[in-house]
Design a protein around this ligand. Structure first.
Ligand code: AMP
Ligand code: GLY
Length: 421
């Protein structure tokens, strides 16, 4: 098969790495890819939002399957476009992608289907927010309605934080009457990322994982796209998993199908396990990053037939085989991330990584004058397998210490939370 992966992050390198192992894959392309994907696929210089160019490329190169990494092309309707050309494209349609594209839509939908989530209101002015502040009290959560690359969520623990979040959300250039913001109750508990591949009716769960969203050790500092992840996440017990499937996944798939926009592709449920049971924090309509890196490292089954069965609506009775070892991914980011990451420095030490159990997935990297250079915020995801979480952590960090550039930043405590649960 000819297969195209759309995207250029660590997630896409991990997906391409897994797809390249499939005996079904003859030719692999990545658009636009990064320095890491170029070692196992042909990188194609088309950006993820250039939908027309991606369609033309897929037609010209007889692509049998396209796998979309990031949310942007999905919310622009890439799957609908590919489908209308008779091309197989893994992911949800534009209407189904609203689960991630609009937090207000997702929250309203959950309320209608009685899916457990934080209590909320949808507002469009600063005044309403001030009024509702009394109702929710501190801590309180504010979320921009549309896609915001992880920067549109404010968990406020003080009145000061609340008002500065309002300034960001409703600043003068931003205060259109139709601007929507979700204001919601703050949930307390342990977070887990629960990813399932869906075909409109049925689903197959991936291994559990936990992300580390904050920039600094001890879960301090600003939210980022994710500074590391590990799998499995011990907080996802069988009982919790069954509860998530029954109270979230099944009603959601049924509800979306009844409304005429069934969900195919990857559904990522960010869950808070509270004392009243699991509650949904957010939906994403694509693989998580960095979660995909440890998850792909542990997946033993061929992923290509799973993608095809999701597209064709044929996932019933499919199950996946997992490596019983633990996997840990430590993200190496560039100084200044997440606000103003530096670019350009040469990355040293990549050649010294030999261990089969440690894979260095690339994210913000590019080839420059024969070497590999920093090209973005999250630069690499060092992903290691170990017989248990503790040994996966120590293996990942032994590789992290071999790789460097000026201004490399990373967390020292990835996975440690899993040792205490
Ligand atoms: P989201 O993009 O909606 O997942 O939000 C980013 C992060 O903010 C989540 O991973 C949580 O850590 C935190 N968060 C979002 N909503 C809530 C909430 N209602 N209560 C507590 N924390 C939240
Ligand atoms: N790691 C969080 C996300 O992919 O949204």
């Amino acid at each position: 098969m000819n297969i195209l992966v759309v995207g250029n992050g660590g997630r896409e390198h991990a997906l391409a790495w897994k797809i390249a192992k499939s005996p079904l894959c003859a030719n692999l392309f990545c658009a636009p890819g990064n320095a890491g994907t170029s070692s196992l696929a042909t990188n194609v210089p088309i950006k993820v939002d250039q939908i027309d160019a991606l369609v033309s490329f897929a037609k010209d190169n007889l692509i049998d399957l396209t796998v979309v990494g990031p949310e942007l092309p999905l919310t622009l309707g890439i799957v609908d476009r590919f489908k209308s050309e008779g091309l197989a494209c893994f992911g949800p349609t534009l209407l189904a992608s609203r689960l991630e594209g609009s937090k207000a839509f997702a929250k309203d939908f959950m309320r209608r289907l009685s899916i457990p989530t934080a209590g909320f209101d949808v507002i469009d002015s600063r005044e309403e927010a001030q009024f509702l502040f009394q109702k929710y009290g501190l801590p309180i959560v504010l979320k921009e309605d549309g896609l915001a690359s992880g920067k549109g969520v404010f968990v406020c623990f003080s009145e000061n934080e609340f008002y500065s979040a309002l300034d960001r959300l409703f600043r003068s250039g931003n205060s259109k009457r139709n601007k929507k913001v979700v204001i919601e109750e703050c949930l307390v508990g342990e977070e887990v990322s629960y990813l399932v591949i869906c075909d409109g009716k049925d689903f197959v769960p991936l291994a559990s994982s936990q992300d580390h969203k904050r920039l600094l050790d001890g879960d301090r500092g600003p939210n980022t796209g994710g500074m590391g992840a590990y799998s499995p996440a011990p907080v996802l017990t069988n009982r919790v998993e069954t509860a998530i499937q029954n109270s979230v996944i099944k009603p959601l798939l049924r509800g979306m199908s009844e409304k005429g926009f069934e969900f195919r592709g990857l559904l990522y449920v960010g869950v808070m396990i509270t004392k009243d049971g699991p509650k949904v924090l957010e939906f994403n309509v694509r693989f998580g990053d960095p979660e995909t890196q440890p998850i792909m490292a542990r997946l033993k089954s061929d992923i290509v037939p799973i993608f095809m069965k999701s597209v064709s609506g044929d996932l019933k009775n499919v199950s996946l085989e997992w490596d019983s070892r633990a996997a840990v991914c430590v993200v190496l980011a560039s100084e200044g991330y997440p606000e103003f990451p530096k670019k350009g420095d040469k990355i040293l030490g990549l050649d010294s990584v030999k261990d089969d159990d440690a894979i260095v997935f690339h994210a913000g990297t590019t080839k420059s004058n024969g070497s590999i250079a920093v090209n973005g915020g999250r630069v690499l995801g060092v992903t290691a397998l170990g017989r248990d979480l503790r040994s996966a952590i120590s293996k990942a960090y032994s590789v992290v210490d071999k790789i460097g550039w000026r201004g490399k930043i990373f967390r020292r405590d990835i996975g440690e939370r899993g040792l205490t649960l």
